[in-house]
Ligand binder design. Sequence first.
Ligand code: PMP
Length: 406
Amino acid sequence: QAFDLNSQIRSQFPTLTQMLGDYPLCYLDTAATSQKPQCVLDAMAQYYLHDNANVHRAAHQLSARATSSYENVRDQLQLFINAKRREEIIFTHGTTESINLVAFGLTPQLKSGDLILIDSAAHHANIVPWQELAKRTGAIIKPIPLTQDCRLDLNAYQALLELKPKVVALCHVSNALGTVNPVVELVRQAKAQGALTLVDGAQAVAHLSVDMAAIDCDFYVFSGHKMYGPTGIGVLYGRFEILDTLTPLLTGGEMIKRVSFDGTEFGSLPNRLEAGTPPISAVIGLGAAIRFLQLSLTLEVKAHEAELLQYLQNQLRALGDVHLYGAHSDNIGAIAFNLADEHHQDVGILLDQQGVAVRCGHHCAMPLMQTLNLKGCCRASIGIYTNKTDIDRFIAALASVKELLL
Ligand code: PMP
C-alpha cells in the first residue's frame, strides 16, 4: 500500500518521467531543489492566465482576485506552521533573504562585544548575514562545535550559553548531512539565557510537521522551492513582538503608511517588511505546494521517507569503500558520502552519465567541510516522490563507478 501511495504521489511530478539519453532520470538532488507537482504549475498558470494583476493597490476585480489569492496563502502558512497571527508571516524571496532581513533588522539592537552563536553545520545563508551584522556592530561570532559523529555538541552549547549570547542561529535539519537538531530543547535553553533564536528550516518543512508553538523560536525561515513550490519565494516567520522591532531591509512602495518629503511613516506588519511588488505567482504556487503537502505528507508517507533513507544508508554501507558522514538512523532527507579517496566531482559526473543526479561539492557549508577535514563530498537526497527503484539504480550506478575508479 505504501508503494501505491508513493507511485500515486510520484505520478503528479511531470519532470520525473523523462529520459536522460538511455537512462530514466534518477533524481537524488531534492535537498538542492525539489521537483514540482502539476498542481503547483497549474496554480501559477491560472494566476497568469486569468488573474494577473498587482496586489493590494487597485479597485478593480482582477487585483482583488490576485490580492485575495496572495493573502490567502499567508493564512494557509499561519495554519501550516501554527503561528499565532497572520502578521507573523512575511513573504521573502527565499531562506537567504529571510535571514538577511533578520540580521539586518537587528542591527540597532546589537552592540560591540555582543555574542552571536552559530551552528557549525550551518548553511552559508545562516553564517554570512551574521558575519555582516558583526562587522556593522562589533558583535562577536562563536561557532557551536559538533561532536565526532556530527551532532551539535550539547555540553559545549550549554557552556556557550553561559556567556549570554544575544542571538543563537541554528539549523533544524542540516542540508549537507541530513542530521536533525533537537530544536525544541535547544531553543528552550537559549531563551532561558535571554538569547534571540533563529531556526533555519529550509530542509525541514518538506519532511516534518513544523509547529511554531512547540519550537517557540523567535524566527523560523524556509524556502518554497525545497517544499515542492516554486523558486523566488521564501518565508520569514517572526514572533510578532520581536518582528515588529526589526528595521526594514528594503524600503519603498507597499511598506509605508504615509510619505512626504518631510519624512515617511512605515506601515504595520506584515507590509512593513514586504517592500515593492512581491513575487505574486510564486506565492500562489507556494499555496498550492502547501495544500499538496497537507494532503500527501501523511504519517505513512513520512515513515516511507524514513525507511527509504535508512535503506539508502544501509546500501551505501554494504557497497564498501564508501565513507559516510554524520549518518544516523534519525537523519532526514539526505546522506553525505565519498567513494574511497576519489574526488567527489568525478563521482558525480560518472553518476550523471547514468542518469543519476546527486550533488557534489561543499554544499554551501564550507566551515562544516573544514570540520570534517574534507574538500567536499557527494550528497544524495530524497523527497516525497523518491522510490526504492531510485535507490537501487543509484547504488548500481555507484557500484559501476567504483569498479571503474578503484
Ligand atoms: N539553509 C539551508 C539549510 C539550505 O538547505 C538552503 C538551500 N540550500 C538555504 C539555507 C538557502 O536557501 P535559498 O537558496 O533558497 O535562499
